[in-house]
Design a protein around this ligand. Structure first.
Ligand SMILES: Nc1ncnc2c1ncn2[C@@H]1O[C@H](COP(=O)(O)OP(=O)(O)OP(=O)(O)O)[C@@H](O)[C@H]1O
Length: 291
């Protein structure tokens, strides 16, 4: 089972938010969707789940268009922020009523799991959603996403507002569910480092385009931060794929992306350092604001 996104574009009036997205999401993987504020992550996830029409392009599940295709959509669930303002549909609902509603429209709903997770997160089923704290609303979003049992489950900033204990609990639950099932998860997050180990692949969405989609481990193994005396660094990085070279006095630094089979060996006056996912993201997507 796979989802294919073919040349998907989205305009809001004259503003082009997605600029030709080609993407394949395979079964049985956890993807991290990472991008700056306004990069288009929520828009992309809403289009991948047919909650929002694309302006151009197609989304296919095993070759079949998902738009107005109830069977295809029964395999896809997008857990987006529950809007708790007074004019939202969820307003006024109690937690148990919201879960009941989820049960009616999610064909693979796991009631026992929803019950278990609600207890685990200490969510009061009688509480109105509008009275929940921000973190508790995120927990409810996570409960529904996991209990949806959808083959493709998308979570938009699921850990937003969660304290560190609840975030750890979420990552653990996600991994448990992932190892027991063949489900695919796409998680958008701004908290990159603590989730980096969970993502089998990362997708960097930058200014409406996919800048990178790669196995996380490969990406980390093939990224090296080089610094040292300018001449020595220049010799080392010659012919290599480099990002953000910076010169400070007689020193130079740059991020090097090694191609398959390429190696770097440090010499006199040069330091080689591994980089983490957050650093790679800042270098590739940070632009002028990078520090
Ligand atoms: N319904 C809408 N009408 C008009 N513009 C919109 C609408 N939804 C999103 N946008 C615009 O599209 C762009 C992408 O928004 P989107 O919410 O997809 O980004 P994001 O990557 O999820 O951002 P964040 O990380 O801040 O949540 C932004 O410039 C936003 O203002």
């Amino acid at each position: 089972m796979k989802i294919e996104c073919r040349d998907v574009r989205k305009n809001y009036k004259k503003k082009e938010v997605l600029k030709g997205i080609d993407l394949v999401l395979e079964k049985g993987k956890i993807y991290g969707l990472i991008g700056r504020n306004g990069a288009g992550k929520t828009t992309l996830l809403s289009i991948l789940s047919a909650q929002n029409p694309a302006s151009f392009g197609n989304i296919l599940l095993d070759g079949r268009e998902i738009w107005e295709n109830a069977e295809a959509l029964s395999h896809i669930y997008f857990a987006r922020e529950i809007i708790t303002s007074s004019n939202s549909n969820a307003s006024g609902l109690k937690v148990k009523e919201y879960l009941k509603l989820a049960e009616t429209y999610l064909p693979r709903w796991d009631k026992d799991m929803a019950q278990r997770l609600t207890e685990l997160f200490h969510l009061d089923r009688k509480q109105r959603i509008t009275k929940l704290s921000k973190g508790m609303v995120s927990m409810l979003q996570i409960v529904v996403a996991l209990a949806s049992k959808a083959d493709f489950t998308f979570l938009d900033e699921p850990v937003s507002g969660l304290d560190v204990v609840a975030r750890e609990a979420f990552y653990r639950l996600l991994l448990e569910e992932f190892t027991e099932t063949e489900r695919t998860f796409v998680i958008s997050t701004h908290i990159i480092e603590e989730a980096a180990d969970i993502f089998e692949e990362v997708i960097f969405l930058h200014e409406g385009k996919i800048l990178l989609k790669e196995n996380t481990q490969d990406l980390l193994e093939h990224s090296v931060y080089v610094s040292g005396k300018t001449e020595a660094v220049d010799r080392l990085i010659q012919g290599k794929q480099i990002y953000c070279p910076e010169v400070l006095g007689r020193s130079k630094s740059a991020l090097v992306r090694l191609r398959e089979g390429e190696r770097l060996s440090g010499g006199e006056g040069v330091t080689l350092q591994g980089v983490n996912l957050q650093k790679i993201f800042v270098v590739l997507c940070g632009g002028e604001e990078r520090v």
